[in-house]
Ligand binder design. Structure first.
Ligand SMILES: [Zn+2]
Length: 254
């Protein structure tokens, strides 16, 4: 199954936007993106490419099942993992290797309910995530638009070694979120690492990360001004379920 050109070219545009230095989300080879092609396959950024000037050659089409199977199997040596990931490509003759976070993306595009995923290391978020306040900073909502765009809560993941261990930990925490809220999350933050936006469209990924980075800056300011004053759970739940906000959210995704 080949990726249709629209998905691939939209993914290139999304990646360049997230890699735009003016945004301060990711520099050099930081970050990665993915998109679902169909029920069985997805596109993920290849290893070593910079998002800022990436093109079509910087993405690999992968099959979900063999990638997800690796997560449930025994821990593989580096060489065996490389071979398994090569086998999991839609076309194993393609030279580019998938990002080290390929299994993480497979989880987010299946269990996580996303069609599009953007993972970056925004300085504003990492200032918090690399601090002693990391978990607290991710534990609440500060203003209404943050709830509307980024969802009622953020999934928080403690520092975990990138690659398969991180994919497994994210899977656990996303499942916990689904069990608690009955919906899939729109954003995940990872301690001492970075941010993930889960969208139904590429535009939604851009909107989630932009609003989330604004929230992170506000959060940093709130710590300088005595500490965050989070919205109450009742207020967050009311904002998330208000009919006018649901209508607004639908418009934002289009
Ligand atoms: Zn990362």
């Amino acid at each position: 199954m080949m990726a249709d050109n629209t998905t691939l070219s939209t993914l290139v545009q999304l990646s360049r936007e997230l890699g735009n230095p003016a945004n301060d989300y990711a520099i050099q080879a930081e970050g990665n993106t993915s998109a679902r092609i169909d029920a069985d396959t997805f596109l993920v950024k290849a290893s070593g490419y910079s998002m800022r000037d990436i093109d079509e050659a910087g993405f690999v089409a992968m099959r979900f099942k063999p990638v997800l199977d690796i997560l449930d199997g025994p821990t593989l040596s580096e060489n065996d993992l490389k071979a398994a990931l090569n086998e999991a490509k839609v076309d194993s003759s393609v030279q580019a290797r998938p990002s080290i976070e390929v299994a993480l993306h497979a989880i987010l595009l299946t269990l996580g309910g996303a069609q599009w995923v953007g993972h970056t290391h925004p300085s504003a978020w990492n200032a918090l995530l690399c601090s002693r306040c990391a978990e607290q900073a991710a534990s609440g909502r500060l203003f209404p638009d943050q709830v509307v765009v980024c969802g009622p809560a953020t999934v928080y993941v403690k520092y975990t070694d990138p690659g398969m261990p991180l994919a497994q930990e994210v899977r656990r925490q996303v499942q916990n979120y689904i069990d608690e809220y009955g919906i899939t999350p729109k954003e995940i933050v990872m301690q001492n690492h970075g941010h993930i936006a889960l969208g139904q469209t590429a535009l939604e990924v851009e909107r989630i990360i932009a609003m989330s980075v604004k929230a992170a800056r506000i959060m940093l300011g709130s710590y300088a001004a005595g500490g965050p004053n989070f919205l109450s759970k009742a207020d967050v739940s009311h904002l998330w379920t208000r009919p006018d906000e649901i209508a607004r959210r639908k418009l934002l995704v289009r």
